[in-house]
Design a protein. Structure first.
Ligand SMILES: C[S@@+](CC[C@H](N)C(=O)[O-])C[C@H]1O[C@@H](n2cnc3c(N)ncnc32)[C@H](O)[C@@H]1O
Length: 490
């Protein structure tokens, strides 16, 4: 693509106020929500005034041809150059988009992202092309929200696609490298970066090949993680060409070798769940890094195969051929069964480079969490380190109850004591721990003044219990509260 077009184009988009907020306001909540369901009719009803903003919204988001006059009004002097760049096509008096050009934003900036057009608008049959370049997807957003946003010297966006992660990384990394194997993705990522005035070094090549011998402070990736036999047609945005979850294993094994000391690699991924526990299986891939993994969701194999066959347009409801849909479904499901795959996990893998023996923390947490969650990832690391202290060290530590923890009690009406006590975080993963009355009292008394052991002994005395056995009985629960960030060293 013509990168020289990018600055003039972004100036025109800005002049037309083609920003995320302005488009959302123009469409209104219902048409905006409809567009997210790939329905254009409500949006067309709201964009008929011929203004530059309405024209760009129709052209690039609603995938509806606009008149040449309207296009010239919205992109003054740029239509011909946009045709040459492959962005739009002119047919008589009609201009239609060949690529998706959408406003995007974060807390700080208005941005634009170029990608392929979303297939299957308004329920039209579609077949996704093998080198399709995905736009900003829910997975892109999840990874962006998981990313630790501390200032860093260097960052790698592995499998950059349309370049969306590079845009975010450029806001807090001095140097950004993006990689991809799809030439169309490389071109679109470069164009996206140029549109936003972002200098990212976008390189061609598989996984870590383009960065051989280089290390980064932060690596983020939303790799092509779909778990399949890898024998059929490969959609490069989702299929790695490797069977099963090998692509994720390869990234986990190789990433620590590309991280600076204390650097982080954050991966959004699927993994196979076999008769070996998922945490043990994934943990066996980790060397040279502490790992913090959260399994957010588990799908059964049939639901998984259906979801991805529908994604490619193979389902008969989107124009697929029923016989071949059923055959592919059966083959894929049969292969998963033969591999002993009982379910497919989805979640987050965070690797923190260390030369010490790796600390592994794996948790299943399908519940709603605070977003963005990135700021809490470094907290998990710090909390796990604190919880790993020996018993004597823990009893000597001054802890305070995190400010976001609340206590919930339940029990029979009129009962003197609660039946259950739950401590619940309001932030981060929003975890909850059921505790007994002693641990609740200890946690409530942790204000950083006294060592933990002294507080436990005092609570034991108040309840008429022996301090020694009380310490022994509550050590495990207290250690878990420290590991999960309910109690923090002062
Ligand atoms: C799911 S998309 C993610 C795109 C983008 N990073 C995002 O967050 O939206 C995966 C990307 O990985 C790329 N990819 C596929 N195989 C790859 C490989 N072996 N090495 C590097 N990138 C690859 C695909 O072309 C695609 O752009």
């Amino acid at each position: 693509m013509d990168l020289d077009l990018a600055p003039d184009l972004s100036a025109a988009l800005a002049a037309a106020t083609y920003t995320y907020d302005q488009v959302a306001e123009l469409l209104g909540p219902d048409a905006h929500a409809a567009l997210q369901r790939n329905e254009t009719t409500p949006g067309l009803r709201r964009t008929a005034d011929g203004s530059p903003l309405a024209t760009l919204t129709r052209l690039f988001l609603l995938q509806t041809p606009v008149s040449l006059t309207a296009a010239e009004g919205a992109l003054p002097g740029l239509v011909e150059r946009s045709v040459a760049a492959g962005l739009v096509d002119v047919d008589g008096d009609q201009v239609r988009a060949l690529l998706d050009l959408r406003p995007y934003a974060d807390d700080l900036l208005d941005l634009w992202v170029a990608s392929d057009l979303t297939p299957g608008m308004d329920g039209t049959p579609y077949r996704t092309r093998p080198d399709h370049v995905l736009g900003v997807s829910s997975a892109s957003t999840s990874l962006a929200q998981l990313t630790i946003r501390d200032d860093v010297g260097s960052a790698l966006d592995l499998g950059t696609g349309c370049g969306v992660q590079s845009l975010h990384l450029a806001e807090h990394a001095d140097r950004v490298v993006g990689t991809d194997v799809n030439p169309r993705a490389l071109a679109l990522a470069r164009f996206t970066c140029a549109l936003n005035g972002v200098e990212a070094d976008i390189r061609d090549g598989s996984l870590f090949e383009p960065v051989a011998g280089e290390r980064f402070d932060l690596i983020v990736t939303n790799p092509p993680f779909v778990i399949s036999p890898a024998t059929g047609e490969r959609l490069v945005y989702r299929d790695s060409g490797m069977p099963g979850d090998q692509v994720v294993e390869r990234i986990v094994r190789a990433a620590p070798g590309h991280l600076t000391d204390g650097g982080w690699c954050q991966i959004l991924a699927n993994w196979a769940i076999t008769d070996r526990p998922w945490d043990e299986r994934l943990g066996s891939w980790v060397t040279g890094a502490d790992a913090y993994a959260v399994q957010r969701e588990v799908l059964d194999p049939a639901a998984y195969v259906e979801m991805w066959l529908k994604d490619s347009g193979a389902h008969p409801s989107t124009g697929g051929v029923p016989v071949s849909y059923r055959r592919r479904y059966d083959e894929w499901l049969g292969w998963l069964e033969a591999q002993g795959v009982q379910g497919i996990g989805f979640g987050w893998l965070n690797l923190h480079r260390t030369d010490a023996s790796p600390r592994l923390s794996f948790t299943e947490w399908p519940y709603e969490v605070e977003q963005p969650i990135g700021a809490h990832v470094t907290g998990w690391h710090r909390d796990a380190e604190a919880a790993a202290a020996g018993a004597d060290a823990l009893w000597a530590t001054r802890l305070h109850l995190a400010a976001d923890v609340v206590q919930e009690t339940q029990g029979a009406a009129g009962a003197e004591d609660p039946g259950t006590i739950v401590l619940r975080q309001q932030r981060g993963l929003r975890r909850a721990h059921q505790v007994d009355t002693v641990v609740a009292a200890v946690a409530g008394a942790c204000d950083g003044d006294l060592p933990l052991g002294v507080i436990v002994d005092a609570v034991a005395q108040l309840t008429g219990a022996e301090p020694g056995p009380t310490r022994a009985s509550c050590l495990g629960q207290l250690r878990e509260l420290v590991a999960d960030g309910f109690l923090r060293p002062t």
